[in-house]
Design a binder for this molecule. Structure first.
Ligand SMILES: Cc1ncc(COP(=O)(O)O)c(C=O)c1O
Length: 474
Protein backbone atom coordinates (compact mmCIF):
# COMPACT_ATOMS: atom_id res chain seq x y z
CA UNK A 1 0.00 0.00 0.00
CA UNK A 2 1.35 3.43 -0.87
CA UNK A 3 1.89 5.76 2.07
CA UNK A 4 3.03 9.36 2.35
CA UNK A 5 6.54 8.08 3.04
CA UNK A 6 6.74 6.73 -0.52
CA UNK A 7 6.01 10.09 -2.07
CA UNK A 8 8.23 12.68 -3.66
CA UNK A 9 9.93 14.39 -0.70
CA UNK A 10 10.08 17.67 -2.61
CA UNK A 11 6.30 17.70 -2.80
CA UNK A 12 5.99 16.85 0.88
CA UNK A 13 8.27 19.75 1.76
CA UNK A 14 6.45 22.30 -0.41
CA UNK A 15 4.00 24.58 1.42
CA UNK A 16 1.25 26.79 0.07
CA UNK A 17 -0.20 28.80 2.93
CA UNK A 18 -2.90 30.54 0.89
CA UNK A 19 -4.85 27.28 0.87
CA UNK A 20 -3.34 25.84 4.06
CA UNK A 21 -4.60 24.62 7.43
CA UNK A 22 -6.42 27.77 8.46
CA UNK A 23 -8.48 27.73 5.29
CA UNK A 24 -9.37 24.08 5.86
CA UNK A 25 -10.60 25.04 9.33
CA UNK A 26 -12.64 27.88 7.80
CA UNK A 27 -14.43 25.38 5.53
CA UNK A 28 -15.24 23.22 8.56
CA UNK A 29 -16.60 26.17 10.51
CA UNK A 30 -18.68 27.25 7.54
CA UNK A 31 -20.19 23.77 7.32
CA UNK A 32 -21.12 24.12 10.98
CA UNK A 33 -23.03 27.29 10.10
CA UNK A 34 -20.55 30.04 11.03
CA UNK A 35 -20.33 33.09 8.75
CA UNK A 36 -16.84 33.23 7.28
CA UNK A 37 -15.35 36.27 5.61
CA UNK A 38 -12.82 34.76 3.22
CA UNK A 39 -9.89 37.12 2.93
CA UNK A 40 -7.28 34.45 2.31
CA UNK A 41 -7.09 34.38 -1.46
CA UNK A 42 -7.20 36.73 -4.43
CA UNK A 43 -10.15 35.02 -6.10
CA UNK A 44 -12.41 37.97 -6.96
CA UNK A 45 -15.43 36.16 -8.38
CA UNK A 46 -15.57 33.82 -5.37
CA UNK A 47 -16.04 37.01 -3.35
CA UNK A 48 -19.01 38.27 -5.32
CA UNK A 49 -17.20 40.26 -8.05
CA UNK A 50 -19.31 39.97 -11.21
CA UNK A 51 -17.73 38.80 -14.46
CA UNK A 52 -17.25 41.40 -17.19
CA UNK A 53 -20.16 40.94 -19.62
CA UNK A 54 -18.04 41.38 -22.76
CA UNK A 55 -15.74 38.50 -21.75
CA UNK A 56 -18.57 36.07 -21.12
CA UNK A 57 -20.38 37.04 -24.31
CA UNK A 58 -17.29 36.44 -26.42
CA UNK A 59 -16.65 33.13 -24.67
CA UNK A 60 -20.25 32.07 -25.15
CA UNK A 61 -20.28 32.70 -28.91
CA UNK A 62 -16.87 31.19 -29.56
CA UNK A 63 -17.65 28.09 -27.49
CA UNK A 64 -21.01 27.61 -29.24
CA UNK A 65 -20.62 28.97 -32.79
CA UNK A 66 -24.08 27.79 -33.86
CA UNK A 67 -25.45 30.67 -31.82
CA UNK A 68 -23.69 33.26 -34.00
CA UNK A 69 -26.03 32.65 -36.91
CA UNK A 70 -29.11 32.17 -34.75
CA UNK A 71 -31.50 35.16 -34.79
CA UNK A 72 -31.31 35.12 -30.96
CA UNK A 73 -27.73 36.32 -31.17
CA UNK A 74 -28.72 39.53 -32.98
CA UNK A 75 -31.05 40.46 -30.15
CA UNK A 76 -28.91 39.29 -27.26
CA UNK A 77 -25.32 40.12 -28.20
CA UNK A 78 -23.72 43.44 -29.20
CA UNK A 79 -22.77 43.59 -32.87
CA UNK A 80 -19.05 44.06 -32.18
CA UNK A 81 -18.96 40.90 -30.04
CA UNK A 82 -20.67 38.93 -32.80
CA UNK A 83 -18.10 40.25 -35.29
CA UNK A 84 -15.24 39.46 -32.92
CA UNK A 85 -16.51 35.92 -32.39
CA UNK A 86 -16.67 35.44 -36.18
CA UNK A 87 -13.13 36.74 -36.44
CA UNK A 88 -11.90 34.35 -33.72
CA UNK A 89 -13.47 31.43 -35.55
CA UNK A 90 -12.06 32.51 -38.89
CA UNK A 91 -8.57 32.70 -37.38
CA UNK A 92 -9.09 29.41 -35.59
CA UNK A 93 -11.44 27.42 -37.83
CA UNK A 94 -10.70 24.16 -36.01
CA UNK A 95 -12.68 25.50 -33.05
CA UNK A 96 -11.98 25.56 -29.34
CA UNK A 97 -12.32 21.81 -28.90
CA UNK A 98 -9.08 21.16 -30.76
CA UNK A 99 -5.53 21.59 -29.46
CA UNK A 100 -4.04 24.89 -30.58
CA UNK A 101 -0.39 25.55 -31.40
CA UNK A 102 1.68 24.79 -28.30
CA UNK A 103 2.53 28.45 -27.71
CA UNK A 104 -1.10 29.47 -28.19
CA UNK A 105 -3.16 30.68 -31.15
CA UNK A 106 -1.13 32.88 -33.47
CA UNK A 107 -3.68 35.69 -33.76
CA UNK A 108 -3.95 35.93 -29.96
CA UNK A 109 -0.18 36.17 -29.61
CA UNK A 110 -0.24 38.96 -32.18
CA UNK A 111 -2.96 40.71 -30.17
CA UNK A 112 -0.83 40.39 -27.00
CA UNK A 113 2.15 41.93 -28.81
CA UNK A 114 -0.08 44.83 -29.90
CA UNK A 115 -1.35 45.23 -26.32
CA UNK A 116 2.24 45.50 -25.07
CA UNK A 117 3.04 48.01 -27.80
CA UNK A 118 0.00 50.12 -26.87
CA UNK A 119 0.83 49.91 -23.16
CA UNK A 120 4.56 50.61 -23.35
CA UNK A 121 5.18 52.21 -26.72
CA UNK A 122 7.72 49.51 -27.58
CA UNK A 123 7.79 46.70 -30.11
CA UNK A 124 6.90 43.21 -28.95
CA UNK A 125 7.54 40.04 -30.92
CA UNK A 126 4.53 37.66 -31.07
CA UNK A 127 6.89 34.76 -31.72
CA UNK A 128 8.34 35.37 -28.25
CA UNK A 129 5.02 35.10 -26.44
CA UNK A 130 3.61 31.95 -24.92
CA UNK A 131 0.03 31.66 -23.75
CA UNK A 132 -0.36 29.56 -20.63
CA UNK A 133 -2.91 28.21 -18.14
CA UNK A 134 -2.68 31.27 -15.92
CA UNK A 135 0.59 32.96 -15.03
CA UNK A 136 1.41 30.11 -12.61
CA UNK A 137 2.13 27.66 -15.41
CA UNK A 138 4.29 30.18 -17.26
CA UNK A 139 6.29 30.87 -14.11
CA UNK A 140 6.82 27.18 -13.44
CA UNK A 141 7.93 26.61 -17.04
CA UNK A 142 10.60 29.28 -16.66
CA UNK A 143 11.79 27.61 -13.45
CA UNK A 144 12.04 24.32 -15.36
CA UNK A 145 14.00 26.06 -18.09
CA UNK A 146 16.48 27.82 -15.83
CA UNK A 147 17.05 25.18 -13.18
CA UNK A 148 20.31 23.58 -14.18
CA UNK A 149 20.85 21.55 -11.01
CA UNK A 150 19.95 21.48 -7.33
CA UNK A 151 22.39 24.32 -6.70
CA UNK A 152 20.55 26.72 -8.99
CA UNK A 153 19.35 29.65 -6.90
CA UNK A 154 16.28 31.81 -7.46
CA UNK A 155 16.21 35.15 -5.67
CA UNK A 156 12.74 35.75 -4.29
CA UNK A 157 11.35 38.64 -2.27
CA UNK A 158 10.37 38.16 1.34
CA UNK A 159 7.49 38.46 1.79
CA UNK A 160 6.60 36.67 -1.46
CA UNK A 161 3.72 34.91 -3.15
CA UNK A 162 4.21 31.27 -2.05
CA UNK A 163 4.00 29.88 -5.59
CA UNK A 164 7.69 30.77 -5.75
CA UNK A 165 8.93 29.10 -2.58
CA UNK A 166 6.70 26.08 -3.26
CA UNK A 167 7.99 25.71 -6.83
CA UNK A 168 11.57 25.97 -5.64
CA UNK A 169 10.92 23.17 -3.12
CA UNK A 170 9.06 21.13 -5.71
CA UNK A 171 11.91 21.33 -8.21
CA UNK A 172 14.60 20.86 -5.59
CA UNK A 173 16.25 24.20 -6.37
CA UNK A 174 17.54 26.81 -3.89
CA UNK A 175 15.70 29.87 -2.67
CA UNK A 176 17.79 32.99 -2.18
CA UNK A 177 15.67 35.24 -0.01
CA UNK A 178 15.92 39.00 -0.13
CA UNK A 179 13.93 41.13 2.28
CA UNK A 180 11.73 43.94 1.05
CA UNK A 181 12.03 47.20 2.92
CA UNK A 182 8.79 47.66 4.89
CA UNK A 183 9.82 51.12 6.08
CA UNK A 184 10.23 52.27 2.47
CA UNK A 185 6.90 50.97 1.35
CA UNK A 186 8.30 47.53 0.55
CA UNK A 187 10.85 48.72 -2.01
CA UNK A 188 13.77 46.57 -3.08
CA UNK A 189 17.01 47.65 -1.53
CA UNK A 190 20.27 47.33 -3.48
CA UNK A 191 22.50 46.57 -0.51
CA UNK A 192 20.05 43.89 0.63
CA UNK A 193 20.15 42.31 -2.84
CA UNK A 194 23.94 42.42 -2.86
CA UNK A 195 24.30 40.89 0.56
CA UNK A 196 21.79 38.11 -0.11
CA UNK A 197 23.45 37.09 -3.39
CA UNK A 198 26.87 37.24 -1.76
CA UNK A 199 25.77 34.98 1.08
CA UNK A 200 24.20 32.53 -1.38
CA UNK A 201 27.35 32.33 -3.49
CA UNK A 202 29.42 31.81 -0.36
CA UNK A 203 27.37 28.73 0.44
CA UNK A 204 27.87 27.28 -3.03
CA UNK A 205 24.57 28.34 -4.62
CA UNK A 206 24.65 29.45 -8.26
CA UNK A 207 22.14 32.28 -8.73
CA UNK A 208 20.24 32.05 -12.01
CA UNK A 209 17.37 34.51 -11.67
CA UNK A 210 15.68 37.17 -9.60
CA UNK A 211 11.90 37.21 -9.12
CA UNK A 212 10.20 40.59 -8.76
CA UNK A 213 6.47 40.95 -8.10
CA UNK A 214 5.15 44.34 -9.19
CA UNK A 215 2.59 45.41 -7.98
CA UNK A 216 3.41 43.29 -4.98
CA UNK A 217 1.70 40.33 -3.45
CA UNK A 218 1.36 40.33 -0.45
CA UNK A 219 2.69 43.88 0.00
CA UNK A 220 0.45 45.89 -2.35
CA UNK A 221 3.51 48.00 -3.25
CA UNK A 222 4.06 49.53 -6.69
CA UNK A 223 7.71 49.87 -7.67
CA UNK A 224 9.16 53.16 -8.86
CA UNK A 225 11.01 53.51 -12.15
CA UNK A 226 14.27 54.05 -10.24
CA UNK A 227 13.79 50.88 -8.26
CA UNK A 228 13.17 48.89 -11.45
CA UNK A 229 16.30 50.37 -13.05
CA UNK A 230 18.33 49.36 -10.02
CA UNK A 231 17.03 45.78 -10.29
CA UNK A 232 17.83 45.58 -14.00
CA UNK A 233 21.38 46.83 -13.38
CA UNK A 234 21.74 44.37 -10.52
CA UNK A 235 20.64 41.44 -12.72
CA UNK A 236 23.02 42.54 -15.45
CA UNK A 237 25.95 42.86 -13.03
CA UNK A 238 25.37 39.34 -11.74
CA UNK A 239 24.43 37.84 -15.12
CA UNK A 240 21.06 36.52 -13.99
CA UNK A 241 17.61 36.53 -15.60
CA UNK A 242 14.63 38.56 -14.41
CA UNK A 243 11.20 37.05 -13.76
CA UNK A 244 8.85 40.04 -13.71
CA UNK A 245 5.53 39.00 -12.21
CA UNK A 246 3.20 41.75 -13.41
CA UNK A 247 -0.18 40.08 -12.92
CA UNK A 248 -1.53 43.04 -10.91
CA UNK A 249 -0.61 45.70 -13.47
CA UNK A 250 -4.22 46.91 -13.76
CA UNK A 251 -4.68 47.13 -9.99
CA UNK A 252 -3.17 50.52 -9.14
CA UNK A 253 -5.08 52.64 -6.65
CA UNK A 254 -2.87 55.56 -5.71
CA UNK A 255 -2.67 58.62 -7.96
CA UNK A 256 1.00 58.92 -7.03
CA UNK A 257 1.89 55.53 -8.46
CA UNK A 258 2.13 54.28 -12.00
CA UNK A 259 2.82 50.83 -13.31
CA UNK A 260 6.08 50.55 -15.27
CA UNK A 261 6.76 47.26 -16.96
CA UNK A 262 10.28 45.83 -16.82
CA UNK A 263 10.14 45.51 -20.62
CA UNK A 264 9.55 49.24 -21.03
CA UNK A 265 12.27 50.30 -18.61
CA UNK A 266 14.76 47.83 -20.04
CA UNK A 267 14.01 49.20 -23.48
CA UNK A 268 14.56 52.76 -22.24
CA UNK A 269 17.89 51.69 -20.72
CA UNK A 270 18.79 50.07 -24.08
CA UNK A 271 19.70 46.86 -22.30
CA UNK A 272 19.51 43.81 -24.52
CA UNK A 273 21.58 41.25 -22.67
CA UNK A 274 19.46 40.53 -19.59
CA UNK A 275 16.94 37.72 -20.19
CA UNK A 276 13.50 38.97 -19.19
CA UNK A 277 10.43 36.84 -18.60
CA UNK A 278 7.32 38.98 -17.97
CA UNK A 279 4.05 37.45 -16.81
CA UNK A 280 0.47 38.59 -17.04
CA UNK A 281 -2.82 36.92 -16.21
CA UNK A 282 -6.58 37.10 -16.71
CA UNK A 283 -7.07 36.18 -13.05
CA UNK A 284 -6.51 39.62 -11.55
CA UNK A 285 -7.09 43.21 -12.68
CA UNK A 286 -10.82 43.80 -13.03
CA UNK A 287 -11.39 40.57 -14.98
CA UNK A 288 -10.93 38.25 -12.02
CA UNK A 289 -11.28 35.27 -14.37
CA UNK A 290 -9.16 33.01 -12.15
CA UNK A 291 -10.99 29.82 -13.06
CA UNK A 292 -10.57 30.30 -16.78
CA UNK A 293 -6.80 30.00 -16.42
CA UNK A 294 -5.59 32.53 -18.95
CA UNK A 295 -2.21 34.23 -19.00
CA UNK A 296 1.01 34.61 -20.88
CA UNK A 297 4.76 35.06 -20.71
CA UNK A 298 6.55 37.58 -22.93
CA UNK A 299 10.20 36.73 -23.30
CA UNK A 300 13.07 39.04 -24.29
CA UNK A 301 16.80 38.78 -24.78
CA UNK A 302 16.97 35.04 -25.15
CA UNK A 303 19.00 33.29 -27.88
CA UNK A 304 16.82 31.36 -30.36
CA UNK A 305 18.19 27.97 -29.29
CA UNK A 306 17.21 28.68 -25.68
CA UNK A 307 13.78 29.94 -26.67
CA UNK A 308 13.20 26.74 -28.63
CA UNK A 309 13.60 24.77 -25.41
CA UNK A 310 10.81 26.62 -23.67
CA UNK A 311 8.61 26.05 -26.72
CA UNK A 312 9.50 22.36 -26.53
CA UNK A 313 8.53 22.36 -22.87
CA UNK A 314 5.18 23.93 -23.73
CA UNK A 315 4.66 21.34 -26.47
CA UNK A 316 5.21 18.51 -23.99
CA UNK A 317 2.03 19.79 -22.32
CA UNK A 318 0.39 20.16 -25.79
CA UNK A 319 -1.16 23.61 -25.32
CA UNK A 320 -2.89 25.79 -22.76
CA UNK A 321 -6.69 25.52 -22.49
CA UNK A 322 -8.42 27.28 -25.33
CA UNK A 323 -11.14 29.02 -23.30
CA UNK A 324 -8.35 30.63 -21.26
CA UNK A 325 -6.76 31.74 -24.52
CA UNK A 326 -10.01 33.43 -25.57
CA UNK A 327 -10.25 35.20 -22.21
CA UNK A 328 -6.64 36.34 -22.70
CA UNK A 329 -7.63 37.64 -26.14
CA UNK A 330 -10.53 39.54 -24.56
CA UNK A 331 -8.16 41.05 -22.00
CA UNK A 332 -5.69 42.36 -24.57
CA UNK A 333 -8.35 43.33 -27.09
CA UNK A 334 -11.14 45.16 -25.23
CA UNK A 335 -14.06 46.90 -26.99
CA UNK A 336 -13.14 50.12 -28.80
CA UNK A 337 -14.77 53.47 -28.16
CA UNK A 338 -17.04 53.34 -31.21
CA UNK A 339 -18.25 49.78 -30.54
CA UNK A 340 -21.58 48.77 -29.05
CA UNK A 341 -20.21 46.94 -26.01
CA UNK A 342 -17.80 49.75 -25.05
CA UNK A 343 -19.99 51.71 -22.64
CA UNK A 344 -21.00 48.74 -20.53
CA UNK A 345 -17.40 47.45 -20.52
CA UNK A 346 -16.07 50.76 -19.21
CA UNK A 347 -18.88 51.04 -16.69
CA UNK A 348 -18.16 47.57 -15.27
CA UNK A 349 -14.38 48.07 -15.30
CA UNK A 350 -14.56 51.45 -13.57
CA UNK A 351 -17.00 50.25 -10.94
CA UNK A 352 -14.79 47.30 -9.96
CA UNK A 353 -11.55 49.29 -9.81
CA UNK A 354 -13.20 52.21 -7.97
CA UNK A 355 -14.65 49.89 -5.36
CA UNK A 356 -11.28 48.16 -4.85
CA UNK A 357 -9.57 51.52 -4.39
CA UNK A 358 -12.17 52.59 -1.84
CA UNK A 359 -11.79 49.34 0.09
CA UNK A 360 -7.99 49.63 0.10
CA UNK A 361 -8.23 53.16 1.49
CA UNK A 362 -10.82 52.34 4.13
CA UNK A 363 -8.89 49.30 5.25
CA UNK A 364 -5.61 51.18 5.60
CA UNK A 365 -7.21 54.09 7.42
CA UNK A 366 -9.11 51.92 9.88
CA UNK A 367 -6.34 49.41 10.52
CA UNK A 368 -3.85 52.15 11.26
CA UNK A 369 -6.21 53.38 13.99
CA UNK A 370 -5.95 50.06 15.82
CA UNK A 371 -3.32 50.08 18.54
CA UNK A 372 -0.75 47.37 17.82
CA UNK A 373 -1.54 47.07 14.11
CA UNK A 374 -0.11 48.94 11.17
CA UNK A 375 -0.34 48.80 7.44
CA UNK A 376 1.55 50.42 4.60
CA UNK A 377 -1.44 51.54 2.58
CA UNK A 378 -1.77 49.24 -0.46
CA UNK A 379 -0.95 51.16 -3.65
CA UNK A 380 -1.83 48.24 -5.87
CA UNK A 381 -2.76 44.52 -6.14
CA UNK A 382 -5.54 43.23 -3.85
CA UNK A 383 -3.87 42.62 -0.51
CA UNK A 384 -2.98 44.23 2.77
CA UNK A 385 0.03 42.86 4.63
CA UNK A 386 -0.88 43.94 8.12
CA UNK A 387 1.80 44.18 10.77
CA UNK A 388 0.81 43.10 14.24
CA UNK A 389 2.69 43.71 17.44
CA UNK A 390 2.69 40.64 19.64
CA UNK A 391 4.32 41.05 23.05
CA UNK A 392 6.98 38.54 24.10
CA UNK A 393 5.67 35.43 25.80
CA UNK A 394 6.72 34.86 29.38
CA UNK A 395 9.33 32.16 29.82
CA UNK A 396 10.45 32.18 26.17
CA UNK A 397 14.02 33.25 25.57
CA UNK A 398 14.78 33.68 21.88
CA UNK A 399 18.45 34.13 22.69
CA UNK A 400 18.70 30.44 23.49
CA UNK A 401 17.19 29.39 20.17
CA UNK A 402 18.76 28.70 16.79
CA UNK A 403 17.64 30.72 13.76
CA UNK A 404 15.49 27.80 12.58
CA UNK A 405 13.89 27.41 16.00
CA UNK A 406 13.10 31.12 16.12
CA UNK A 407 11.49 31.02 12.71
CA UNK A 408 9.39 27.96 13.65
CA UNK A 409 8.40 29.55 16.93
CA UNK A 410 7.40 32.79 15.25
CA UNK A 411 5.45 30.93 12.54
CA UNK A 412 3.58 29.10 15.27
CA UNK A 413 2.70 32.37 16.92
CA UNK A 414 1.27 34.13 13.88
CA UNK A 415 -0.47 30.88 12.88
CA UNK A 416 -2.04 30.72 16.34
CA UNK A 417 -3.13 34.34 16.06
CA UNK A 418 -4.82 33.77 12.69
CA UNK A 419 -6.52 30.61 13.89
CA UNK A 420 -7.94 32.35 16.95
CA UNK A 421 -9.04 35.24 14.73
CA UNK A 422 -10.89 32.77 12.53
CA UNK A 423 -12.48 30.86 15.40
CA UNK A 424 -13.66 33.98 17.20
CA UNK A 425 -14.64 36.27 14.34
CA UNK A 426 -14.98 34.15 11.19
CA UNK A 427 -12.33 36.27 9.44
CA UNK A 428 -10.06 34.04 7.38
CA UNK A 429 -6.59 35.52 6.73
CA UNK A 430 -3.19 33.97 6.06
CA UNK A 431 -0.32 34.15 8.58
CA UNK A 432 2.61 36.32 7.50
CA UNK A 433 4.97 33.38 7.93
CA UNK A 434 3.28 31.78 4.90
CA UNK A 435 4.82 34.54 2.77
CA UNK A 436 7.96 35.03 4.82
CA UNK A 437 8.71 38.01 7.05
CA UNK A 438 11.68 39.58 8.80
CA UNK A 439 12.57 37.75 12.02
CA UNK A 440 10.85 39.26 15.08
CA UNK A 441 8.03 40.76 13.03
CA UNK A 442 4.50 39.39 12.70
CA UNK A 443 1.98 39.99 9.95
CA UNK A 444 -1.08 38.55 8.31
CA UNK A 445 -2.22 38.94 4.74
CA UNK A 446 -5.77 39.68 3.82
CA UNK A 447 -7.42 40.54 0.53
CA UNK A 448 -9.72 43.52 0.32
CA UNK A 449 -11.92 41.76 -2.21
CA UNK A 450 -14.97 41.07 0.01
CA UNK A 451 -17.89 43.51 -0.42
CA UNK A 452 -17.47 46.93 1.21
CA UNK A 453 -20.00 46.21 3.93
CA UNK A 454 -18.07 43.07 4.93
CA UNK A 455 -14.84 45.07 5.04
CA UNK A 456 -16.37 47.61 7.42
CA UNK A 457 -17.69 44.83 9.66
CA UNK A 458 -14.35 43.07 9.46
CA UNK A 459 -12.30 46.05 10.64
CA UNK A 460 -14.46 46.46 13.70
CA UNK A 461 -14.18 42.76 14.51
CA UNK A 462 -10.42 42.87 13.97
CA UNK A 463 -10.04 45.68 16.46
CA UNK A 464 -12.10 43.98 19.17
CA UNK A 465 -10.30 40.71 18.61
CA UNK A 466 -6.81 42.20 18.70
CA UNK A 467 -7.40 44.06 21.95
CA UNK A 468 -8.87 40.94 23.54
CA UNK A 469 -6.00 38.79 22.24
CA UNK A 470 -3.40 41.11 23.76
CA UNK A 471 -5.00 40.82 27.18
CA UNK A 472 -3.60 37.32 27.52
CA UNK A 473 -0.10 38.81 27.73
CA UNK A 474 -0.89 41.25 30.53
C1 LIG B 1 1.88 37.48 -7.66
C2 LIG B 1 1.10 36.40 -8.33
N1 LIG B 1 1.61 35.81 -9.39
C3 LIG B 1 0.96 34.83 -10.03
C4 LIG B 1 -0.27 34.39 -9.60
C5 LIG B 1 -0.94 33.27 -10.33
O1 LIG B 1 -2.02 33.69 -11.05
P1 LIG B 1 -2.72 32.78 -12.14
O2 LIG B 1 -4.12 32.62 -11.69
O3 LIG B 1 -2.61 33.59 -13.41
O4 LIG B 1 -1.98 31.50 -12.25
C6 LIG B 1 -0.85 34.99 -8.48
C7 LIG B 1 -2.15 34.53 -7.97
O5 LIG B 1 -2.63 34.94 -6.94
C8 LIG B 1 -0.15 36.02 -7.83
O6 LIG B 1 -0.64 36.63 -6.76
Amino acid sequence: MITKKNLNPNLLRAEYAVRGEIVQRAYELEKEGKKIIYCNIGNPQALKQKPITYVRQLLCLTEYPTLITDPIAKNSFPSDVIEKAKYVLSENPIGLGAYSQSEGMVFIRKAIAQFIKNRDGIESDPTRIIITDGASKAIQSVFTLLMKNSNSGFMTPIPQYPLYSATIELYGAKQIKYYLDEEKHWELNESELESSIKEAKKSGIEPVAIVVINPGNPTGAVLSKENIKMIINFARKHDISILADEVYQENIYSENNKFYSFAKIMNEMKITDVPLFSFHSTSKGFFGECGHRGGYAEIRNLPAEVYEEIVKLQSIGLCSNTAGQIVTYAMVNPPKENEESYDLYIKEKTAILKELKKKAEILAEEINKIKGMSLKSPQGAMYAFVRIDLPDEKGVNLKNMTEKEISEYEAKRDGEYCLRLLEETGICVVPGSGFGQKPHTYHFRMTFLPPLEDIKELVKKLKDFHLKYLKRFE
